[in-house]
Each structure stands twice: as structure tokens, then as C-alpha cells.
Design a binder for this molecule. Structure first.
Ligand SMILES: Nc1ncnc2c1ncn2[C@@H]1O[C@H](COP(=O)(O)OP(=O)(O)OP(=O)(O)O)[C@@H](O)[C@H]1O
Length: 611
């Protein structure tokens, strides 16, 4: 695990200033009671008014300087903790961008959200408070105890004894609290998952009157969380009064031993006042430091949880013969680059660029005996899939629900890695492509259109490949092709209309059209439309399909792979791929399949289409 100091190192200068300021604060804080003792012993008891006045002025100046250095120290430590928090969050975001889709499923949304928010927050607060509270503590103890022993060794021993009792109490509390803290953190992850599910699924919950059912689930998890929190508070409740009692007992013991020493003539009254003040400062400083120290184990757990994400190796495997070369290149590449997607920037054995042109006979895309399995699935979702798509061609994929159509489309931009076989793009395995370059050639419209918080313009521009500069006309033209311009112009602010998270303030059809515009603006070589037309009305669908056909005639002759539900749409494609239970059940034109494929014949029959 990368040591935490790695994050502090670049901040050595502000850290050094905080240390210096805390030294000044401690010196000033301890100087005040020393001065008090002098005022009482040499001023008050001897009736020396001049001495009292000059010492009081001194005390005022020292007090002001001490306050100033304390304020500066707090400001500096806030700067350090905020900077560390920022770097940690940056690292986390970069690491998450390198996660495969499997990895997200493996960890779960709740824990990822908690680690990037609450865990970082905890580390930040413990670091900030630690610099303010823990850093001055050793100095306060050493100098405070030294001054006390100088005045009276018996009083020094009293403070030491109280400190020892305090430490034992804290160790006892902490050993009981730590397992509860860990359990609370796991529960918080579950709560985040549950609440997120409820917010996203609220329409379904309401429509099906499942409020009570969901409430019951909430009650179980919230009750358990409340029980753990109560247990934690009870654990602390035993300890804190004990510490306060020890605190007060120290004053009583100092007065008792101090009074005895004064009566024996070995101590002055002012010294007792000073020692009480030293004891208060030492114990208070210890107490405040302990409050932060109590939080350190929790912060360590948080850091370990964060590191688990930061150091997580992408779990996707690669098909032979690319596995070893990709693994090697991954280990050499800069980890956690900022590319969006599953792998590091230089995954793939090379940085292949287009090796075939529109006039070549090389297929634009070729699946060669591809087999793919989802995590922990007993049987593969796809088995031995083979087909080719050429430039300018349209391929419709059809099949039953859950037969594997979307899975095929997801494999092309390497959202998942295949188990065996190969997928070739422009004659090169997609595993030999630099993943960013590969994706730059693909305009992907997922089955469920997702939009990001921001403007419509920003969401469409999201489709730009890296380095591609888009003009206003490019955005408007893509929206026109996707027939999105009609509704955009009716919205308040048009292209600057604010889209809420996920695009929930737009209809399903509007979201789908923007998702298409996002793919079109990229001007890719391969369009992948995963059942993207089903959310559109008939007129819009026809208009978009016509516009898309015109795009396929452009100079770069892009191809289109489209998952289709309706035979009426699929029959216009150059080829149709029929998938049944993860296997190819037919490939050919509509006419060919209508006579050769029983699965296609069943689809025709179900849609009452005659061959
Ligand atoms: N992320 C996943 N993890 C595990 N299994 C999955 C995952 N996604 C899909 N599957 C399974 O893989 C199979 C193929 O799913 P896929 O989504 O490709 O089907 P589809 O033909 O596109 O279905 P639909 O017509 O409903 O969109 C299904 O049996 C499904 O249960």
C-alpha cells in the first residue's frame, strides 16, 4: 500500500510552517501560567504594583501572539488537509475511469460513492484536526511536565499518574469501538445503495404501491445502523465521564499536595496556580489529541478502503494470444490514465491506426468464433459467434429477449473482454488497437440512453473524439440528422437547456435522439445502435433512418450495426444476424433467412409478416 506520506510530501513547506506555529502556540500558552505565578509570588504577595502592571502588559502581548499563531496554524492545516483531499479524489476518479464494467459490478455503487465522498472527508478531517491537536501535544506534555517537575516533583508525578489513567481508559474504549466503527461503515454503504435504488426506482415503487415493502427493507437496515450507532455512543459514553473525572481529580490532587508543600515552605502559592494551569493545559491538550486519535483507526480503515480502489487491477482478462502482450503493456503503461473506459491508455499491443480503407475488401468488423461469459456465469452469454460487416453495409441483429444482442454490441468498443476467439476492426484485432483510437472510430448508442448533467450542447459535444473540434454547425447538424432539433428549439434556452442527471427532465424519445446525435457528431466509421429506434414514433424513426442511410453513403462509407425488434426495419438491412441463446441461428439477407432459418421464420410468424 502506498504510504500516506506520499500525499503529505509535496506539502512539506506548509507542514513545516504548521509545526513552527504549533511550537510558538505551545510556548506562548505555557508562558502565560508561568507569568501568572511570577505576578502572584513577586507582585500580588509583595504588593509590587509596578511589577504587576509591566508583567500584565507582557502577558497581554504574549496572549495576542499566541492567538495569532494558533489562528494561522489552523488556516495552514486546513490548507494541507484540503489539498490532500483533493489529490485523493483526483486519484480515485482516475482509478475509477480505468475500472472495467465488471469491476463496478464487483464493488457496487454504494461503496464506491461512500469511499469517494465520506471516506475522503474522514481522512481530511482527521488530518486537519490532527495537525492542530496532535502536533502540539508532545511539546505541551514535555515542556508542561518539565516546568511542573521544576516546581515540585510530587506534583509532576500527580500529572503523570492522571495521564497514565487517561491513556488506559482510551485504549479500553478504542478496543471496543473499532469493530463497531467498521460495521457502521459497511452499513453506510448498504444504506447508500438502498437510498439510491429508491430514488432511481421511485416511479416503479409508487406505480406498484410497494412503499410499505420498501419501507420494511429500509426499517431493517436503518434499525441495524441505529443499533450500531447506539452501541458506539454507549461505548464512548462510558469513557468520556471517566476522563472528565480524572481531569477534575488532578486539580484536587494538585491542591492537596501543593497545599502540603506550601505549608512546608517548599512551594509558593503562585506556583500552585501555575501547576494547576500546566495540568489543565497538558490534560486538555491530551484530551483534544485523544479525540482525534480515536478517529485515526477509522481514518486508517477509510484509507485502506480508498487504496483498495486505487490499487485495484482491472479484472478483465484478454483472449489468447493477446493476453500476455496486453498484460505486459499494461504494466508498462502509466496506470490510471484519464481515458474514459475500461483500460489504461496503452492497452493493446500497439497503436494501430486504420489499416484498411473504404475501397479495401477487408471487413470493417469481423467476429471470429467469439465466446464471452459474464462474471461468475455458468454458461457463456455468447458462444462461437462469427460474422463480418463491410464498409457502407448495414447489419441488423435480431433474436429473442436475452439472447445476447446487446452483449455483441458491447464487445466491439471493448466494454467487456471476450473469453476466446477474436474481434477484428479494420483487419486488426481490437486488442491490438489502442483502446482510445478504437473507440474514436465507433459511434455507440446504448439501449438505455444516458445523458449527463449539463446543457444539451454539452451532451451532444460529449460525442467528439479526442482532438475533434466541433463547430456549432456540427452540433446542430447532428441534432438535425437525429431529428432532435425540433424539440430542442422548443425548449427554454434551446441548446443551452439544462439537462438533469441521467436526462430525467427529458422524455425517453428525446433522450434517445440526443444519444443518436452524440454518436453522429463523432462521424465514426461504425455506428452501433442498440435497439435505439424503439423509443421513437414512426415518423421520426423513418426520418432518422433515412438520414442515417445518407450518412452511410459519405466518403468514409461507415457501416451500421443495429439491434432491431421489428422485421419491417431489419429486412431493409444488407444482412441480418439471428442470435438464439447466445449462438448464431442465421446470417443472411431477409429473403435468404426467410427460407433457411427456422428462428427467423418464427420471428416472422410472431410479427405476422409473410416472407
Ligand atoms: N452485466 C451482466 N452480468 C451478467 N449477466 C448479464 C449481464 N448483462 C446481460 N447478462 C445476461 O446475458 C444474456 C444476454 O444479455 P443481452 O443483454 O445481451 O440480451 P439481449 O438479447 O440484448 O436482450 P434484450 O433484447 O432484452 O435487450 C442474458 O441472459 C442476460 O441475463
Amino acid at each position: 500500500m502506498k504510504p500516506f506520506m506520499h500525499y503529505i510530501k509535496p506539502l512539506w513547506f506548509p507542514a513545516a510552517i504548521v509545526s513552527l506555529l504549533s511550537l510558538l502556540t505551545v510556548a506562548g500558552t505555557l508562558y502565560i501560567p508561568t507569568l501568572t505565578a511570577t505576578i502572584i509570588n513577586d507582585g500580588v504577595l509583595k504588593g509590587d504594583l509596578e511589577m504587576i502592571t509591566s508583567s500584565s502588559i507582557n502577558m497581554l502581548v504574549v496572549a495576542l501572539l499566541t492567538v495569532l499563531s494558533a489562528i494561522l496554524g489552523v488556516a495552514m492545516s486546513a490548507h494541507i488537509s484540503a489539498s490532500v483531499g483533493k489529490v485523493l479524489r483526483d486519484d480515485l476518479v482516475k482509478a475509477l475511469q480505468c475500472f472495467s464494467l465488471r469491476d463496478f459490478t464487483h464493488f457496487g455503487t454504494g461503496t464506491i460513492l461512500m469511499r469517494t465522498s465520506r471516506d475522503v472527508e474522514k481522512i481530511q478531517s482527521v488530518l486537519g484536526e490532527g495537525l492542530n491537536m496532535i502536533l502540539p501535544m508532545p511539546l505541551m506534555i514535555c515542556v508542561g511536565l518539565g516546568l511542573t517537575f521544576y516546581k515540585s516533583w510530587q506534583l509532576g508525578l500527580v500529572i503523570l499518574a492522571v495521564m497514565a489513567c487517561m491513556i488506559l481508559t482510551i485504549i479500553f474504549i478504542e478496543s471496543r469501538a473499532l469493530p463497531i466503527i467498521k460495521a457502521i461503515q459497511l452499513k453506510l454503504d448498504d444504506i447508500t445503495d438502498l437510498v439510491r435504488d429508491h430514488i432511481v426506482g421511485m416511479p416503479v415503487i409508487r406505480a406498484f404501491n410497494r412503499r410499505t415493502y420498501e419501507n420494511d427493507k429500509e426499517i431493517v437496515i436503518f434499525t441495524e445502523s441505529a443499533r450500531l450507532n447506539k452501541k458506539l455512543r454507549q461505548t464512548f459514553a462510558i469513557g468520556l465521564p471517566t476522563i472528565l473525572i480524572l481531569f477534575n481529580m488532578s486539580t484536587v490532587a494538585i491542591l492537596w499536595f501543593g497545599g502540603y508543600n506550601v505549608s512546608m515552605g517548599s512551594l509558593q502559592v503562585g506556583d500552585i496556580m501555575a501547576v494547576i494551569e500546566y495540568a489543565n493545559l497538558i490534560l486538555l491538550s491530551m484530551l483534544m489529541a485523544i479525540f482525534v486519535i480515536i478517529d485515526i483507526p477509522e481514518a486508517i480503515v477509510c484509507y485502506a478502503r480508498i487504496r483498495e480502489l486505487l490499487e485495484h487491477e482491472n479484472t478483465d482478462t484478454f483472449p489468447e494470444p493477446y493476453a500476455s502482450s496486453i498484460t505486459n503493456s499494461m504494466s508498462q503503461s502509466t496506470k490510471h490514465s484519464t481515458n474514459q473506459g475500461s483500460y489504461q491508455t496503452s492497452t493493446g499491443t500497439g497503436t494501430a491506426t486504420a489499416t484498411a480503407t473504404a475501397t479495401d475488401n477487408t471487413p470493417l468488423l469481423e467476429f471470429r468464433n467469439v465466446t464471452f461469459r459474464y462474471d461468475n456465469a455458468e454458461s457463456p452469454a455468447l458462444e462461437n459467434i462469427s460474422f463480418k460487416v463491410y464498409h457502407g453495409e448495414t447489419l441488423a441483429i435480431m433474436g429473442d429477449i436475452g439472447s445476447g444482442k446487446s452483449t455483441i454490441t458491447n464487445l466491439i468498443p471493448r466494454l467487456f473482454a471476450i473469453e476466446s476467439g477474436d474481434i477484428l476492426f479494420k483487419g486488426k484485432s481490437i486488442y491490438e488497437w489502442n483502446v482510445d483510437d478504437l473507440r474514436a472510430h465507433i459511434g455507440y448508442v446504448p439501449q438505455k440512453a444516458y445523458l449527463f448533467t449539463g446543457t444539451i450542447d454539452m451532451n451532444v459535444r460529449y460525442g467528439a473524439a479526442s482532438g475533434q473540434v466541433l463547430s456549432v454547425e456540427d452540433v446542430e447538424n447532428a441534432c438535425h440528422l437525429a431529428k432532435a432539433d425540433e424539440f430542442i428549439n422548443r425548449l427554454d434556452g434551446g441548446y443551452q437547456y439544462t439537462v438533469s442527471q441521467g436526462g430525467t427532465n427529458l422524455s425517453g424519445g428525446q433522450r434517445q435522439r440526443l444519444a443518436m446525435a452524440r454518436a453522429l457528431v463523432r462521424k465514426p466509421d461504425l455506428f452501433i445502435f442498440d435497439d435505439s429506434f424503439s423509443a421513437l414514433d414512426g415518423t421520426t424513426e423513418r426520418a432518422v433512418r433515412t438520414a442515417l442511410q445518407e450518412e452511410l453513403q459519405k466518403d468514409n462509407r461507415p457501416a451500421l450495426i443495429s439491434v432491431e425488434q421489428k422485421v419491417s426495419a431489419a429486412k431493409k438491412a444488407d444482412h441480418i444476424l439471428i442470435i438464439n441463446r447466445g449462438q448464431v441461428a442465421g446470417y443472411g439477407t431477409h429473403d435468404e433467412l426467410a427460407t433457411t432459418s427456422t428462428v427467423y421464420q418464427q420471428i416472422l410468424a410472431s410479427q405476422e409478416v409473410t416472407a
